[in-house]
Design a protein around this ligand. Structure first.
Ligand SMILES: NC(=O)c1ccc[n+]([C@@H]2O[C@H](COP(=O)([O-])OP(=O)(O)OC[C@H]3O[C@@H](n4cnc5c(N)ncnc54)[C@H](OP(=O)(O)O)[C@@H]3O)[C@@H](O)[C@H]2O)c1
Length: 358
């Protein structure tokens, strides 16, 4: 199917969110017309930042209230759009009937539009590498698009792995529907751990990664699950990946692409990086606490060695979009500065330093 034309009209679900907000912003920067879908366009706390974007004043950006749980809520919004970025979360990932229902709502609205030629569906690296058994990373350590979690593992249940499973279900629902339609294609984007600047104060509590940096600033931080290092994409690069996939002439229905820089970093290093990158701030780097039971702690070295043996790949998204990913230091620095300025977070500082923002 055709990529969206330059300057086309694109609908973005989850526009009030961290990634969705940046997809809106970058689409506007690139000259597109944007229909931002939020649950409540009148909720100033969540949509004020969208209304402050220059495209809103001119009408190039419009805001629309739509709850994905309600069939038909997107019909009028998608009518006349060339592209859709379906970035929004859904209310539950463990109830897979519900996940399918929400997909059907979106798919029906895309089909009814008769104008949409491409949908980019936001999935996650969880749909690539969330494993019920960590030894699976020893058996299959290369993280690339054809890798799926071991779907035969009996411990891969909706209760334990609902998010990862729900994302795979959504990917397949959209691909199958697009194939059946023949009028549009569905390309899935699998983002990694998003770090970078927030655009609105409410986004500091979402994430989780920007929220984790907020907790570091506030003097607390826990070890990451299974001692997994953060596997990063800058939220601005993630948005550009979504747009690149809308525009690319090299992608086809049913394909998916991982959006990450392939940079990884352990949580204790990220915590210390705040002071390394912004020594003027005087951040009092907290100790990273390890909340895991002793039986997990005893295997820390083994787990870390397994992660160190994993090979993260982004060859494919680079090839089809021309993307270059920014270094993680830039994402951490800009995330911290946005938390201070946009959300007015007051970090714990060492003696002799003062808060600069009231
Ligand atoms: N953040 C990450 O590191 C990361 C990594 C991998 C994948 N992802 C995926 O990327 C997407 C966006 O993540 P994010 O971090 O930007 O999330 P976020 O900041 O929490 O934003 C998600 C948005 O989803 C919207 N939403 C939730 N339920 C909805 C419903 N029933 N109907 C309509 N909208 C609904 C919310 O809209 P309102 O604000 O309007 O209520 C919210 O703004 C998700 O699909 C997530 O799985 C994120």
């Amino acid at each position: 199917m055709a990529p969206v034309p330059k300057g086309a009209t694109v609908a973005v679900t989850g526009s009030a969110g961290f990634i969705g907000g940046w997809v809106v912003r970058r689409l506007l920067d690139k000259g597109y017309r944007v229909r931002a879908c939020v649950r409540n366009a009148d909720d100033g706390e969540r949509t004020g930042f969208l209304k402050a974007m220059p495209g809103y004043a001119s009408g190039r950006l419009t805001l629309h209230s739509a709850d994905l749980d309600n069939a038909g809520s997107l019909d009028d919004i998608f009518a006349g759009c060339h592209g859709v970025c379906h970035v929004a979360h859904v209310s539950s990932y463990s109830d897979h009937e519900y996940v399918r229902m929400v997909c059907d709502h979106l798919i029906e609205s895309v089909n009814k539009s008769r104008t949409v030629s491409r949908v980019v569906v936001t999935s996650s690296i969880a749909a690539v590498m969330s494993e019920a058994d960590i030894q699976e990373f020893v058996r299959r350590p290369t993280f690339y698009e054809d890798r799926y979690p071991d779907e035969e593992n009996p411990r891969r249940t909706p209760q334990r792995q609902g998010y990862s499973m729900g994302k795979v279900i959504a990917q397949r629902a959209f691909s199958d529907a697009a194939e059946a339609s023949g009028d549009w294609d569905a390309i899935t984007c699998c983002p990694a751990d998003n770090v970078g600047p927030i655009l609105s104060p409410h986004q500091k509590n979402m994430g989780p990664w920007q929220h984790n940096i907020e907790t570091m600033l506030l003097g607390k931080y826990n070890q990451n699950g299974g001692y997994r290092p953060w596997m990063i994409v800058d939220v601005r690069d993630d948005a550009d990946c979504h747009i690149g996939l809308l525009e690319s002439v090299h992608v086809g229905n049913g394909e998916r692409y991982i959006a990450w820089s392939t940079d990884t970093r352990n949580v204790e290093d990220i915590c210390a990086d705040i002071d390394r990158l912004l020594p003027e701030l005087g951040h009092d780097t907290p100790e990273v606490t390890d909340p895991f039971p002793d039986r997990i702690k005893a295997r820390e070295a083994e787990y870390r060695a397994i992660w160190a043996g994993c090979d993260l790949r982004n060859d494919r998204i680079k090839a089809v979009t021309g993307m270059e990913f920014r270094p993680l230091d830039e994402s951490i620095r800009d995330c911290v500065e946005s938390l201070l300025t946009v959300a007015k977070v007051k970090p714990v500082l060492r003696e002799g330093f003062e808060h600069r923002v009231a």
